[in-house]
Write a protein that binds this ligand. Structure first.
Ligand code: GDP
Ligand code: FE
Ligand code: FE
Length: 190
């Protein structure tokens, strides 16, 4: 478990960055991440760090994103897809820079939490699934996702990727190529 003092120091800063509603989402993701990490024997503390910081930059402006993209020479094509795609990679840079988190599992988990990735560490898997099925989620399919998450993290990941791509196509919004790349990799595993 993450030391409560460290946890509170993160929450204090987090509170200044996101709305109350999103802050509560983050706490529910942390709760779910602890639950999944315990069930699948994954490092709970790492999963808590990843959960607490994953949406840190979700409400930032395009200008703020641009500064981080430039500073770390990140993929500029992400700018065409807005905050939905940018907030994970940017939060990973902030976790490193501002919270001094150097662990690659935690940083990658935050980086890829929206789009997924070909190779995902156990911490990344836990965050990817916890974000999707936390207790506040009510979308169509969440019940199925929760059932799958009890069977295996991998099956819930495939389901999330599949559902997300269908949802985005139905909404007629552009799909970031790496989202499709992750889908292609994971779908062939099942
Ligand atoms: P949240 O930050 O807790 O709301 O959850 P996520 O970070 O997982 O997702 C943010 C949003 O990004 C969701 O509504 C996803 O459907 C959406 N999203 C995921 N992949 C893509 C993509 O490739 N393109 C676009 N436009 N949106 C995406
Ligand atoms: Fe997110
Ligand atoms: Fe989230």
């Amino acid at each position: 478990m993450l030391n409560e003092q460290k946890r509170q120091s993160i929450l204090e800063v987090l509170e200044t960055q996101i709305s109350k509603k999103r802050y509560e989402h983050v706490l529910r993701v942390e709760k779910k991440a602890i639950e999944l990490a315990t069930a699948y024997n994954v490092d709970v503390e790492k999963c808590q760090y990843a959960a607490l910081l994953h949406d840190y930059a979700k409400e930032w402006s395009m200008e703020q994103y641009q500064v981080i993209l430039n500073k770390y020479a990140l993929d500029m094509t992400m700018l065409d897809y807005g905050s939905e795609i940018l907030h994970g990679p940017v939060a990973a840079m902030i976790a490193n820079e501002q919270f001094h988190i150097k662990d690659k599992d935690i940083l990658d988990a935050i980086f890829y939490h929206t789009i997924g990735h070909d190779v995902m560490s156990d911490v990344a898997k836990v965050l990817f699934v916890a974000d999707y099925i936390e207790d506040g989620r009510t979308f169509h399919g969440v019940v199925e996702a929760r059932v799958l998450a009890r069977q295996s993290l991998d099956s819930a990941i495939v389901y999330k990727l599949q559902q997300t791509i269908m949802f985005l196509a139905q909404k007629k919004v552009p799909i970031f190529p790496d989202t499709i790349k992750a889908y292609n990799t994971w779908i062939s595993k099942f």
